[in-house]
Design a protein around this ligand. Structure first.
Ligand code: F0G
Length: 464
């Protein structure tokens, strides 16, 4: 008999620590007011547990820091670039590897090289910057997740899947106007839900049958690979690397934010096979990012990413990563708090519509809930609802399909006791949820308004 422990431990020990400060509730109330009731406008030092994003907020490993010391800062042809290129090629198999300062730069360059006004880009669900970059070219960002993906309480192994008949219709109904289709793994705006290999392959087949290039938004490719390994028949015996390689083999290219599954604090890339397109992209890259062997990054950033991409595919890391999110999900579910089920890869998404039915969508229930979590527990989350997605390109207002609050887990940063604390905050806010009130928008820019909008309580206070 051997010992099979039940506890999934953090597969690392801590070498450097960063203190976090517990502000008082009064201090948080004042900070909220000063920030125009927008959590993006808070000072980070006023936050106790920061779950605003899992992007660029991870802890690097000693191997990454060690690699950074070997950064080659040559303007052209640096050794660091070739190490980065080799790491990206091993995983993705794409011929051309173009570094960028983060994911949205890869999007801007790709869309700038492929889209014209009137075009349509189908995707399971575009994330905010991806949508904004498509719309900036005068094109339409078409979200077509499977129907299961829009029902928060429904349990389904691959709620991130794209609606295949809708994808085919988008292409055949709009001849010549779909220059590429994308799939986002995992589906961030749709609850961090994974996409199955079968769905990726079928979407790729549809695109290729109609001569449409197929791209992967690969930010969380390693987490997606882990879900495939755990949930899709035939993949249990494959390594996350092999699964990732199979995913990328279905595609013509990818955009990547290395701030997620690159385990780096900054960076990204565009990788693709088409020689002409790569040349056009590199020309655009030189305009705003830099020479093609550094693309807006320092040599040491390229080193950190080269190491991080491999660490993100480590099985012990992925098991711990996915389990820590699921652990919070289980505690909330046991307490009857509505979340997107099952828990996603990088985040728990609270279903604010279900939790706060007394707040109409016009008063932004998810935004209101995120304010309450900060006020009571010092927890910063992000609204993924009608503030983020309610404004249409023509200026009209349309409520978002779901009102979610995302609690995104930075990678390798918080421990199980932090998660226990989070659960306590959530259970407390749930116990006073009837006192949480809606908010109104005081002023906001036309695009990406959630980053800078100024809001105010619609009924006197966040919690009455
Ligand atoms: N695509 C997806 C699916 C993303 O989640 C993000 C970023 C990007 C593209 C853009 O990458 O930030 O490096 O420019 N998402 C972060 C988040 C910001 O909080 O989910 P970037």
């Amino acid at each position: 008999m051997s010992f099979h422990p039940h506890t999934v431990i953090e597969p690392f020990r801590i070498k450097t620590v960063e203190p976090i400060r517990r502000a008082t509730r009064d201090e948080r109330e004042a900070a909220l007011k000063a920030a125009g009731y927008n959590l993006f406008l808070l000072k980070a030092e006023d936050v106790l547990i920061d779950l605003l994003t899992d992007s660029g907020t991870g802890a690097m490993s000693s191997a990454q820091w060690g690699g950074m010391m070997q950064g080659d800062e040559s303007y052209a042809g640096a050794k660091s670039f070739y190490r980065f290129e080799a790491a990206v090629r091993e995983i993705t198999g794409f011929r051309h590897v173009i570094p960028t300062h983060q994911g949205r730069a890869a999007e801007r360059i790709l869309f700038g090289s492929m889209l014209k006004p009137g075009d349509i880009v189908p995707n399971n669900t575009h994330f905010d910057t991806t949508r904004a970059n498509v719309e900036y070219r005068g094109a339409t960002a078409l979200d077509i997740p499977v129907a299961e993906g829009r029902q928060p309480a429904l349990i389904h192994p691959f709620k991130g899947n794209i609606d295949l008949p809708a994808l085919e219709r988008a292409i055949t109904d709009n001849p010549g106007r779909v220059p590429l289709a994308m799939i986002t793994v995992t589906n961030n705006s749709g609850g961090g839900q994974p996409v199955s290999m079968a769905n990726i392959r079928a979407a790729s087949d549809i695109c290729h049958k109609h001569g449409v290039p197929f791209f992967i938004d690969a930010c969380r490719f390693a987490e997606n690979a882990w879900f495939i390994k755990m949930r899709e028949p035939g993949y249990a015996g494959k390594s996350p690397l092999e699964i990732a390689q199979e995913m990328f083999r279905c595609a013509d290219g990818c955009t990547m934010s290395a701030k997620k599954d690159g385990l780096a604090n900054i960076g990204g890339f565009l990788a693709l096979n088409d020689d002409d397109l790569a040349q056009r992209c590199r020309n655009m890259l030189i305009l705003t990012e830099g020479f093609p062997t550094y693309g807006g990054l320092a040599g040491y950033d390229l080193e950190a990413i080269a190491v991080g991409l491999k660490e993100a595919l480590d099985e012990d890391y992925l098991r711990y990563r996915i389990r820590s999110v699921e652990y919070l999900g289980e505690k909330l579910t046991a307490a009857g708090i509505p979340i997107v089920q099952p828990p996603g890869g990088h985040a728990i998404y609270l279903d604010a519509k279900a939790m706060l039915p007394h707040i109409p969508q016009s008063e932004y229930p998810a935004w209101a809930l995120s304010l309450a979590l900060y006020l009571e527990g010092g927890v910063r989350s992000v609204e993924i609802g009608s503030v983020m997605f309610g404004r249409q390109p023509d200026g009209s207002e349309q409520p978002a399909a779901m009102e979610l609050v995302r609690l995104a887990f930075p990678r390798r940063v918080y421990t199980q006791s932090h998660v226990d604390y989070l659960a306590e905050v959530l259970l407390y806010v749930n116990s006073i949820k009837d006192r949480v009130r809606g908010v109104r928008m005081v002023e906001a820019p036309a695009t990406l308004r959630h980053f800078s909008a100024r809001m105010a309580p619609a009924h006197g206070a966040v919690i009455v």
